[in-house]
Write a new protein. Structure first.
Length: 248
């Protein structure tokens, strides 16, 4: 008798805006924006989803993202990720070209996702998600991407790290307590935020002054294109405790 592999990817038969409105019911989530070498992740429970000028804003202590649901062509529900016998369900919100605009991954198992999506029809999705982890060279200590992050680490003042692409933006404000190279990436990780910046992505940071005497640095690649990652540095002293939960 041949075992049949369970189907782990389904297309949800509902509007993206309807599914996004259900994110607060799904427990602790990681919302992921990714593109051009930068991965920006916020982690925690989505407390609110509100509509502002046609965009849906996910808010709360741990989340700050803004989404244009009109750019989302379909939503894929993926249950293929299993670690230590726990399913980490994933929603891929995809654009018309098949690329993922953003994703949401659950940290509290499958039950809350299934309950929140129980009344939504679904159909089998034949596509697969690339789970490979290619070998990458060690990070060059002189990589241009790391210098302003080390500057933020040394200053110990709150900074804002933003990721923006058409249809999706997300930000985190807090204190950078560690900058770690690993697997070819520059990593900044706190309890509710991860940044993974691929080595060799940033050729330079363009600078402009902010009204509060700080600096806004925008990451640019070797082709002169902004990659969507912005670091806002403040010269103001901090009274924060460095828990990474401060909002701008």
């Amino acid at each position: 008798m041949t075992d049949i592999e369970p189907q782990t990817r389904h297309r949800l038969e509902a509007r993206a805006s309807d599914i996004i409105q259900r994110l607060p019911a799904m427990g602790k989530l990681m919302i992921i924006g990714k593109g051009k070498g930068a991965t920006h992740e916020r982690i925690g429970k989505v407390e609110t989803v509100t509509e502002i000028s046609g965009r849906l804003v996910c808010g709360g202590i741990h989340h700050k993202s803004s989404i244009d649901p009109n750019l989302i062509a379909d939503v894929i529900f993926d249950t293929s990720s299993i670690m230590q016998n726990q399913v980490y369900p994933r929603l891929d919100f995809r654009k018309a070209d098949g690329a993922t605009l953003f994703a949401a991954v659950g940290f509290e198992g499958l039950e809350k996702f299934e309950t929140a999506l129980a009344d939504i029809g679904r159909s089998t999705d034949p596509s697969t998600r690339d789970m490979s982890r290619p070998q990458r060279p060690e990070l060059d200590p002189a990589d241009p991407g790391v210098a302003p992050l080390n500057q933020a680490l040394e200053a110990a003042n709150p900074v804002t790290l933003r990721y923006d692409e058409p249809g999706f933006s997300q930000s985190w404000t807090g204190i950078v307590s560690k900058v770690s190279p690993g697997m070819g990436f520059i990593n900044v990780m706190t309890e509710d935020f991860h940044l993974h910046l691929l080595g060799g992505t940033v050729a330079q940071w363009t600078k402009e002054e902010t009204p509060d005497s700080g600096q806004r640095l925008s990451a640019v690649n070797s082709e002169g294109e902004p990659i969507g990652l912005t670091l806002i540095l403040s010269d103001a002293p901090s009274n924060a405790q460095g828990n990474g939960k401060h909002e701008d």
